[in-house]
Design a binder for this molecule. Structure first.
Ligand SMILES: [Cu+2]
Length: 387
């Protein structure tokens, strides 16, 4: 591969068509990519120009419940909810400054309201904030809504359903990645998308999450502690001790509360990159020595506070949130909270088979593990380092 061909000079002007081509935009917008194809399947929308010549990109996301999604090679079928039939949903790829229209159709057969949310929507004229009660906040079954916004700032973003209980709508699969590229292209290299997710298979634990009930206070007449003057605006030592009593139930009370009130801990049974456990163990990703690679990474894992990506055999430059063209640091591991994302860039010096996986061994054992199959002759890495 000849690199880098574009974006080396500030102000390089290339056409939208040329740029879409180097971004590897798919021409088959209705294709449902497998989790292996998902890696390099970039949906750049139906492209047109408005009166002012601005590029307009239109996307349609159809929400369907009751989708049977294979999530392992061992026969696990997940009862998922999908954007366009896959978990994760399509990777949406646009350029900063484009006018974006995303039409979300909530299928007739569905029983719940759905939506999408992504940070740049906040800057759209018709959807200042998409939450319940706002335009586009909840789309009923059989209805649709078109979200409109100007793409920017450039970076990597999640999009996901923002209807509550959000943990359920996300666990079921209603999320995807949106890449907003800078107007001046990054150095050209082979690009991949990796979306980290998990599945809690215990769907009977779904439902709203509420504040815990207040423990009864011994001898209390009202809900609020009252001081000797009857003025409940002042916190005194006496009512502070009441508060302390409220917050520390005896073991007996705690056990009783556990049985009747506490919610069960939700845990993921399966972890993946791009939707299917161990997919890139079964289908190693072929790379070549001396060539630079870029991976857009996004963590959409629910229920676990963090996820991570660790790569063997190469160090990578990391760009947090993808909002800067200068690498934040060089590392072999990055830790991501829920919704966190960024860009990794690396080059292999030596051929071989290298693992990439979560650094939490449990996640690795339960599916989040893949292989790079690096081919070619050894190269002097100092001459091919991307920065
Ligand atoms: Cu939803």
């Amino acid at each position: 591969m000849n690199t880098p061909a574009y974006g080396q000079t500030a102000g390089t002007q290339i056409s939208q068509e040329q740029y879409d081509k180097i971004k590897n935009c798919t021409t088959d917008l209705s294709k449902k990519p497998t989790s292996v194809e998902y890696l390099t399947h970039f949906n750049c929308g139906h492209v047109s120009k408005d009166e002012s010549g601005k590029t307009v990109r239109q996307f349609t996301l159809i929400v369907e419940e009751n989708q049977k999604i294979p999530i392992t090679y061992e026969g696990h079928i997940f009862d998922g909810w999908t954007f366009n039939g896959t978990i994760p949903g399509p990777t949406i790829r646009v350029t900063e400054g484009d006018l974006i229209r995303i039409r979300v159709i909530n299928s007739n057969d569905n029983t719940r309201a759905h939506s999408i949310y992504t940070q740049p929507i906040n800057f759209g004229k018709d959807n200042a904030f998409t939450m319940s009660g706002q335009p586009g906040g909840t789309i009923s079954p059989g209805r649709s809504f078109t979200y409109e916004f100007i793409a920017g700032p450039y970076g990597v973003y999640p999009y996901y359903c923002h209807v509550e209980p959000m943990a359920d709508h996300i666990n079921r699969g209603l999320y995807g990645m949106m890449i907003i590229d800078p107007k001046d292209p990054r150095p050209q290299m082979t690009e991949m998308a990796m979306l980290l997710n998990g599945y809690d298979l215990d769907l009977d634990l779904e439902g709203p999450i509420t504040l815990p009930p207040v423990a009864p206070v011994e001898g209390a007449q009202t809900n609020l502690p009252v001081n000797s003057s009857g003025n409940n605006n002042t916190i005194t030592e006496t009512n502070m001790s009441n508060l302390t009593h409220v917050s520390v139930p005896s073991n007996e009370e705690e056990n009783a509360n556990d049985e009747s009130n506490s919610r069960k801990e939700r845990v993921n049974e399966i972890y993946t990159v791009n939707g299917k456990a161990f997919d890139y163990m079964m289908n190693p990703i072929v790379l070549h020595t001396g060539e630079p690679y870029r991976v857009f990474v996004l963590n959409m894992l629910e229920f676990d506070p963090v996820n991570s990506v660790h790569v063997h055999g190469a160090m990578f430059d990391y760009y947090s949130a993808g909002t800067n063209k200068t690498s934040d640091y060089l590392t072999d591991i990055v830790t991501l909270s829920q919704g966190d994302r960024g860009i990794m860039e690396f080059t292999y010096a030596y051929p071989g088979t290298y693992m990439f996986h979560a650094h939490q061994t449990l996640f690795t054992d339960l599916g989040w593990m893949g292989l790079f199959d690096v081919r070619g002759n050894p190269v002097d890495i100092s001459r091919t380092h991307p920065t």
